[in-house]
Ligand binder design. Sequence first.
Ligand code: IPD
Length: 277
Amino acid sequence: SELLLSCSRNTEQIPTRKAGGIIREALENEVNVMQKSSSVDLVTKTDQQVEQFIFTSIREKFPTHSFIGEESVAAGQPCVLTDNPTWIIDPVDGTTNFVHRFPFVAVSIGFVVKKEPEFGVVYSCVEDKMYTGKKGKGAYCNGLPLQVTDQTDINQSIITCEFGSDRSPEVVDKIFSTMRKILCIPVHGLRGVGTAATNMSLVASGVVEAYFEIGIHCWDIAAAAVIVTEAGGVVMNVDGGPFDLMSRRIVAANNKTIAARIVKEIDIFPAKRDDAP
Ligand code: IPD
């Protein structure tokens, strides 16, 4: 719609910047931590407050749309993607960073129609970087166009990845084994800033060549997936198959050559789908 089109130019239309302001204020004052599924899966009062704020503001404008939000799902709301226009929201991507004041925290708001990502905003609020992408309309950071690198040589590449929050030794072993194989290709470096949305925005910005992870959720990647593809990149499954937002698996890369090279090294482990009953 016209409003959504204007959103991609004028991000004030959706409440991302205000949400980032709430996060920055909390970082300066009090961070109120609680545990979710385990001692390394954290949530804060700010996650809940920001999600409520975003939901309420968007619902006022789009009352018929559906919503999937990290904290609403944690509170028992269903995580089901239908064909209805759906906002997929991570109020604080990088909650562990937020808790420790490690300075990379993002608000991620994705908009999906008929299960296809249409529009995404990632606001890396400590850096004050507003990444936007709209299908067919390009990707931007603070209004400047984004473009992935044209690197096709994995040996000249820098890759981002994360450890996630599953600490079962079998999973950690697979993650380390994948990282070891990729590092020893060799690549120039392995990095990870602690938020999937920001790692992907770095792919879109042409700073790193790729990002991969098993175990992320749809709210971590819905917005940034559009930003990556609109910056000229690709998103796919970790087995090289088509991207599936609810599968909890992603490779995001500057091009198919780099993505395929990474796919070759990934030790896949099971992660229960976001939409599993
Ligand atoms: C997490 C971050 C992290 C990734 C995890 C995500 P959250 O999101 O994106 O980088 O490794 O898989 O769950 O919990 O901070 O919103």
